[in-house]
Every structure is written in C-alpha cells, then in structure tokens.
Design a protein around this ligand. Structure first.
Ligand code: F0G
Length: 468
C-alpha cells in the first residue's frame, strides 16, 4: 500500500468545551490601546481575539485533568493530592524532596531566599525575567552566558539554547568563590524558546562538579526540550520523552518548574530537590508566604490537574504536533515577509523586529511598535522581548541601555488554537507587512524599577527619524 504523507497537521485531540473568541473592530482596538497606554499587558482580555501574549497558564485542560480536579483532596496538611503530585514529580525528576509552589516565580523566590547571599553571582544560559528579578531583588547578580550562535537570529543551529561553555569556564576561573549556583533554562525562553542539548547539560554538569557548584534546571518547558533532543541529538531518536527528561534532570541538584507551561496547569509550580537540608530550609521559609509545605499555595485540585498534565505532556503524538504546528506558523510568517528567529522554538515564534522594522532604532522600541500594530490591525496580543523587557535603565545617570535583540514573541497556548486560526493570522499578517515601514517608534513615559514591561506606559513618537 502506498504510504501517505499528508502535509496537514491535525490536532491530536477533539474539542469538548468551547469558548467564543472576542471579535472587535479596528476603532475599538485603537481606543483600547490608548486607554492601555500602549501596553498590551494592560489590555482587558475580552478585547483580544488571538491571545498569544503567553503560553503560561493558558492551556486547555484535558477531560482527565478536569476529572482529577473533582477528586482533589483539600486537606490542609498531607492531602492525598499532594502525594499523587509528589509521586509524579519524583518519577520524572528523580529528586526526593518535592515542594509545591503557587507558580514558577515563587519557586525562584524561595530558592534565592534560602540559597543566595547578597553579592553572589548566579550564572545561566539566559535567565528568564522573573528569575533575574528574584536574584537581583535578593542582592545577587544574574549573569547570562548564552551560546554565541544566538547573536545571529538567522543561523540554523539545533541547540541555540545552550550555555556558552567557554564563557562558563572563564567566569568560574575568575570568580569561583562568588558563584552561588548555575541555572539552565530548558527550553531557553529568552533567546527564542531554543533547546539545550543533553551534551551541553552533561558538559556543564562535569565542569560544575569539578568546582563544587550546584546546578539547577528551570524546567518550565522540559518536555518540548526533550522532544528536540529526541529529534536532533544523536543517540536519542529511539528513547521515549520520559527517559530523556529523566536523564536531563539526573544531571541537576534541583529542578524549579512553572507548572503553567509543560504541565498544562492553569496555575502552579514546584521545587524538586536532591538536598534534604535545603528542602528543610525552604519548607520553613515558605509557611510565611506560600502556605504549608504540602500545598504551597495550591489547592488539592490544582495538584491533581498538574499531576495528570505532567503525564500527558510526555506523549510523542502531542509533542510532535506541538513542535510542527509552531514551525508551520513560523514558516507562514516568513512567507508573509517578516524576519524571524531561526530555528523555530518550542512554544513560540519570535519575530526579529530590528530586521522587520529597520527604520526604528533600539530605543525607539521596534518590538513594542510591531506588537502594537499586530493588535491594532489584527487583534493579536503578542509580547515584546527586546529593549522594553530586557533593556536596562541606569537610574543614577538617567540613561537607557538597549537589549541585545529586539524580538516580538507570538506564544502559542497549548491545545487552544486550531490550524484555521493560525492560517487566518498568517494571511492577515501578510496583508499588513507593506505598512510596517510607516509604524511609529515609542517612548517610555513611566516605568517601575523591576519587571518594567508589565506596567510601563508608552506614547508614539511623532517623527520616525532614527536618532544617532
Ligand atoms: N521560567 C521560565 C523559563 C518562564 O518562562 C517563566 C514564565 C517562569 C520561569 C516563571 O514562571 O510565570 O509560573 O511564575 N514565563 C511566562 C512567559 C510568564 O510568558 O514566558 P511563573
């Protein structure tokens, strides 16, 4: 029989509960933007048609997850749901001490509070913004050591999420006594959702063991990373996703996870630790802010949903559809005429706004300008990952420093949008490309000291002349 090779990717699930999409007019969106001070985080969701702001907490839960929620045990201490949750997390991470937290950033806050002294350095393949904020707000110094391949967004390298091992070696040689620990973020969100190879994890681990430096993994998107390892790294093609994930985590001293991504949770997170002393310290700290150590700010039903989600994410059919559908979206956007980060990441397509809007300089915030246009013309909410999110203000000198890249992330919530949604977005993005050269730059009128992108206020700059 002839082997069929269809091009269409079908979603490996059917829809049981539906939610209508908000449909808005151009003038409604224009007014909404003005009211939101041109900050898409400030927009009410009911005015957004395609919400690609984040893949975090926005997954469609499965029937099995909802069923799990019905049997959630809401006991204050030692709930059955905690043990179910712990068992699944322990099975995947291999770590014995499991601490639920209300989301990823609270795992970061607890780890930094317990394990980081002011003035100490935390190295990483690129810290996510909340990780950086937690390190800095506890008096630490967050240093990013991304793979040099990330400097070229057009370069097709299989593991652009890697840490730069030479830079790691150099940092250890120069500052070993100041280094508290290293965090590897898989996939590496801030450089485009790019994966980290097993080899890079192994080499990092070896180097750190020689110098007695602990390694933690930020596992928000661990299954997508494991799938890339399966597809791209020699020796892993025949392994199942769970075995690959277990091998990744075996190289760490602990795992921090936001369960809002690859656990299909609408909320939640955890710490999984090898060291009992550290776990004890964190458990005694967390009762003040998070809750008792067997619920950590989560309900029993949240822990049930996460436990089921962690098992569901390990499915090859789901992951293959997920990665392929992101590629399909990316290929469509390239065809529509925009520059994107290559190769396509695991959870999002990242548009290179510097290349797509060459008439704007970094401090005219081309990523912000493009993301505003995607909303204003199409009703898509995306997020700027450029000089607004990752740039720095020197408060003493009153100077702004740009980020190395100006990107716009179109993150795809898990199991939410269908191929026709994606086809529609590709089509209309193509229709607005000719108008991009006229988009204005923006200025920041207000900003907070930490995580400024959430609350900053902007206004369009009338003249588009590049400032020299
Ligand atoms: N680590 C990574 C790699 C993340 O992407 C996030 C969140 C966190 C930690 C923090 O987790 O939100 O549960 O507190 N990323 C979201 C995003 C917000 O849109 O990429 P959280």
């Amino acid at each position: 029989m002839e082997i069929l090779k269809p091009k269409t990717i079908f979603e490996p699930f059917r829809i049981k509960v539906m939610e209508p999409l908000p449909i808005t007019t151009a003038s409604e969106r224009h007014r909404a933007l003005q009211k939101a001070y041109y900050n898409l985080f400030t927009l009410p969701a009911h005015q957004v048609t395609f919400d690609l702001l984040t893949d975090s907490g926005t997954s469609a839960m499965s029937a099995a997850q909802w069923a799990g929620m019905m049997i959630g045990d809401e006991s204050y201490a030692g709930a059955k749901s905690y043990f179910r949750f712990s068992e699944v997390v322990n099975d995947i991470t291999g770590h014995p001490h499991i601490i639920p937290t209300h989301q990823g950033r609270s795992a970061e806050a607890l780890l930094t509070q317990a394990f980081l002294k002011p003035g100490q350095i935390v190295l990483g393949n690129t810290h996510f913004d909340t990780t950086r904020a937690n390190i800095e707000s506890h008096g630490g110094i967050a240093v990013d050591l991304p793979d040099p391949a990330t400097q070229n967004s057009a370069l097709e390298e299989p593991f652009k999420g890697n840490i730069d091992l030479q830079a790691l070696q150099k940092n250890i040689a120069e500052k070993q006594s100041q280094i508290a620990f290293v965090i590897m973020t898989v996939t590496n969100n801030s450089v485009g959702g790019q994966p980290v190879s097993m080899k890079n994890l192994q080499q990092t681990r070896e180097l750190l063991l020689q110098h007695n430096i602990p390694l933690f993994i930020d596992a928000a998107r661990f299954a997508e990373n494991a799938f890339f390892i399966k597809c791209r790294e020699k020796g892993y093609g025949d392994k199942n996703i769970k075995a690959i994930a277990q091998e990744m985590f075996s190289l760490s001293d602990g795992v921090l996870m936001s369960a809002k991504k690859d656990a299909f949770g609408n909320t939640g997170g955890f710490l999984a630790l090898r060291d009992e002393g550290l776990a004890q310290e964190i458990r005694s700290l967390m009762v003040i802010t998070e809750g008792f150590p067997t619920y950590g700010g989560l309900t029993g039903r949240d822990m049930e949903a996460i436990a089921v989600g962690l098992e569901e994410i390990l499915d090859d059919h789901y992951l293959s559809y997920r990665i392929r559908s992101i590629q399909y979206f990316g290929e469509g956007i390239v065809h529509a005429g925009l520059s994107v980060v290559r190769p396509f990441g695991g959870h999002a397509v990242y548009i290179d706004a510097e290349k797509s809007l060459p008439h704007l300089k970094a401090l005219q915030y081309p990523g912000q300008s493009l993301s505003i246009a995607l909303y204003e013309y199409i009703g898509i909410r995306s997020v700027e990952v450029g000089s607004v999110m990752l740039g720095r203000r020197d408060w003493e000198k009153g100077e702004e420093h740009p980020a190395p890249k100006e990107l716009v992330r179109l993150a795809i919530p898990r199991r939410v949008y269908t191929q026709s949604h994606i086809d529609y977005m590709i089509e209309v993005i193509g229709q607005i490309v000719p108008q991009l050269k006229n988009l204005p730059g923006y200025r920041i009128d207000y900003q907070a000291k930490f995580l400024r992108h959430f609350t900053a206020r902007f206004s369009p700059i009338k003249s588009n002349k590049k400032q020299s």
